[in-house]
Every structure is written in structure tokens, then in C-alpha cells.
Design a protein around this ligand. Structure first.
Ligand code: TRP
Length: 374
């Protein structure tokens, strides 16, 4: 059987460089590799509502932002199916059946859910002041790992390109698949996660050196940032706080500028922008010895980032002038995704033997049973 990709993002904001190196760039490579029979990229609006119930309009407004980021990054609607989760009602039905295959206790052990219970959940021995701050967890949030299993299995995805934070979700999906297939019939496919291949891409730090780029920390470089915004953000970037004078030896570990270079720069960037150095290793060695200033490295990074972002900006401009067309792309993708999901759902119903009206044997058998009793 062929290989199929499903992956996606919650539409809660514009996508940034962390998304790009952690997933988007990879998706485009996979799209161009020809190794996959089908690639589904989902805008997970319904999942976004599980923790944005207070701000549904934010989710609604950001669907187009994420779609523009996808198209600008090079996802091609003639090669990949781009769709919106909420437009596939079959996903809800699958999730509803899967709910019987997962215990409350198992969900509580899912690390993402567990962390949220720690923050917002009520605990039996919490003091009263404590419980007043905690609004509790929406049931939709609590069960979203099950809904994510529906997303993945509806398309019989073999491969889920995602960050390591998604590992527990894929593991939980595999358990659901196993349970379903052994209870009913071998209908569902166990997916595998495909992680980013380099450490810098696993979790790109924010421009302030904090562990993660995050909108709420204000430390992001967005795919839609202008060349000037990128320049400003890089010039203000966290480096080695002990590297005070150019002559001082500097550290490259935990030095955000070098982490970004690990994630973005290629040998040809040196030839083009910094011909004095044959490679990133040499640049790092000079920095560590002392005698290389932050500004020089930052200027190089600005050029590398803008070279990466320029074609993305160009495509974004193209699609920003064709917003209606972008919605049509999503509508057509959703129609196509729905076809696949409804095929899987019908196999699921058949395996569960709840397709009563197609099940002539059941009807005839019951008719005979009742006739015999008359
Ligand atoms: N949980 C993912 C995120 O927060 C989004 C998502 C929803 C997803 N369904 C998925 C990712 C299925 C991979 C596969 O970004």
C-alpha cells in the first residue's frame, strides 16, 4: 500500500520561522519528493476551538493567514490537498466511536492534557482559593487527542510529519488503531511520526533566546515579516551575554544567532555573502577563539533569512491579491478530503456492523427469528 501524509496546524496566528524549519519546509520537500501517494494538509480550526472557546473569532480570522502561509511556503494545491478540519463532519463521527476505545485515565496521562489539568483543572485536594482561579477544562480539550486520532486515521495516513510535541498524540492514535482493528476488523492504519531531522529545527528558539518561538512571548520572526522587520529582529537578537568585546572568546551553544544559522544556512550562502569563511564550522571556530563580532554574524544571518524568505514573500503577495481564489482552493481541498474521510467512515461502520440497512443478512435473520415466534 502507498504512503499517505496527514498533518496540520491550529489557526491561532500567522506562522513563524519555528513552524517553517520544524514542519513547513519539510512538507514542501516531501511534496516534491514524489514518495507519497497523497498529502493532506489540514487547518485544524475545530481543534483550535478546544482551547480558544473564549475567542472563536480569532480562529475564524486566522484560517486565511495559515492558508496564505502554506501557499507562500510552497505547498502546491495541485500536489497537496489543503483543507479545513470543520468542513469534514465525518471526523466527528469517527471521534465519537473512538471515544469508547480510550479511558479517561489514559487521556489524563497524555502529557499535553496532563499539563493542562495541572494549570486549569480542578484537583480533589485543591484549596478553595485555588479552585476559584481554575475554570476547569473543556471536555473538547480533554478529548482532543481522540479527535486527532480521527484526523489521522480518516485519511489512512502512514506518516505524520510533526514536531516532537506531537509524539504522545501519535502514540495515542496508534493505540486507538490497534484497539479498533483488534475489536472489529483491520480497517485502520497505524501512523508513524516523521520528526525534523536536525536539532536546531526541532525547536527553534525565540529571538530572545527562550526555548521556543511563541506569539505570547513576542519573540517570533513571521514568514510574513518584511525584510526590514527581519533585520530589526535579528539585530536585537540574543547572543552570548558574556561576549562583550569583539576580541573576547564567544559561546555558540545557546547562542540564538548560531542556532538559526544551524537551521537555515547552506554552503552556498557562504560563497555568496561571507566568502572569507568556507563553512559554518569555521565561522563558529572563529567566534569561539575571539575576534569575531556579533554584528558581522548577525548581518550574515539577515542575508540568509531574507534569501530564504524572499520567494515566500513573493508568493504571499501573489495570493494576497487573490483571496477569493484561496478560499476556493480550501473549498476544493475540503471536498476532496471529505471523499476520502467518508470512504474510511463507511469501512469503519461496516467493520462495526452498524450499517444495518445494508446488512441484508441481519434483516433476514431477524425476520426469520420473529416469524418463528409467531
Ligand atoms: N495538534 C496539532 C497542533 O497543535 C494540529 C493537528 C490537529 C494535527 N490534527 C492533527 C497535526 C493531525 C498532525 C496530525 O499543531
Amino acid at each position: 500500500m502507498g504512503k499517505i501524509i496527514l498533518t496540520g496546524d491550529r489557526p491561532t496566528g500567522r506562522l513563524h520561522l519555528g513552524h517553517y524549519v520544524g514542519s513547513l519546509r519539510r512538507r514542501v520537500e516531501l511534496q516534491e519528493s514524489g514518495l507519497f501517494d497523497r498529502i493532506y494538509i489540514m487547518i485544524a480550526d475545530a481543534q483550535a476551538l478546544t482551547d480558544n472557546a473564549d475567542n472563536p473569532e480569532k480562529v475564524r480570522q486566522n484560517i486565511i493567514e495559515v492558508a496564505l502561509d502554506y501557499l507562500s511556503a510552497g505547498l502546491d494545491p495541485s500536489k497537496s490537498v489543503l483543507f479545513i478540519q470543520s468542513q469534514i463532519p465525518e471526523l466527528c463521527e469517527l471521534a465519537f466511536y473512538y471515544m469508547n476505545l480510550v479511558t479517561v485515565q489514559r487521556l489524563q496521562r497524555n502529557p499535553t492534557v496532563k499539563a493542562e489539568i495541572g494549570l486549569r483543572g480542578f484537583s480533589e485536594n485543591a484549596s478553595e482559593g485555588d479552585t476559584q482561579q481554575r475554570q476547569g477544562i473543556p471536555t473538547g480539550f480533554f478529548t482532543y487527542p481522540i479527535s486527532q486520532a480521527a484526523d489521522i486515521t480518516a485519511f489512512k495516513a502512514t506518516t505524520v510529519p510533526a514536531g516532537e510535541d506531537q509524539e504522545p498524540m501519535i502514540e495515542q492514535t496508534r493505540e486507538i488503531v490497534h484497539k479498533f482493528n483488534s475489536t472489529y476488523d483491520e480497517v485502520l492504519v497505524e501512523p508513524e511520526i516523521l520528526l525534523p531531522d536536525n536539532a536546531a529545527c526541532m525547536r527553534l528558539p525565540g529571538t530572545d533566546g527562550k526555548a521556543k518561538m511563541s506569539k505570547s512571548l513576542g519573540n517570533c520572526i513571521y514568514l510574513s515579516d518584511t525584510a526590514d522587520e527581519v533585520k530589526k529582529k535579528v539585530m536585537g537578537m540574543y547572543t552570548d551575554p558574556d561576549h562583550l568585546r569583539v576580541e573576547d572568546p564567544g559561546k555558540v551553544e545557546g547562542n540564538t544567532v548560531f542556532t538559526y544559522l544551524d537551521a537555515f544556512c547552506r554552503p552556498e550562502h557562504f560563497e555568496k555573502y561571507l566568502p572569507d569563511y568556507p563553512s559554518l564550522d569555521e565561522l563558529k571556530a572563529h567566534y569561539q577563539r575571539g575576534g569575531l563580532g556579533d554584528v558581522k554574524v548577525k548581518k550574515f544571518l539577515i542575508k540568509v533569512l531574507n534569501e530564504t524568505l524572499d520567494p515566500i514573500r513573493e508568493r504571499r503577495k501573489y495570493y494576497e491579491g487573490r483571496i477569493r481564489e484561496v478560499y476556493t482552493i480550501l473549498e476544493q481541498g475540503s471536498m476532496e478530503a471529505r471523499k476520502t474521510a467518508s470512504q474510511t467512515l463507511s469501512e469503519v461502520r461496516q467493520a462495526m456492523r452498524i450499517n444495518y440497512f445494508e446488512d441484508r443478512d441481519l434483516i433476514e435473520e431477524q425476520a426469520r427469528n420473529f416469524a418463528a415466534r409467531q
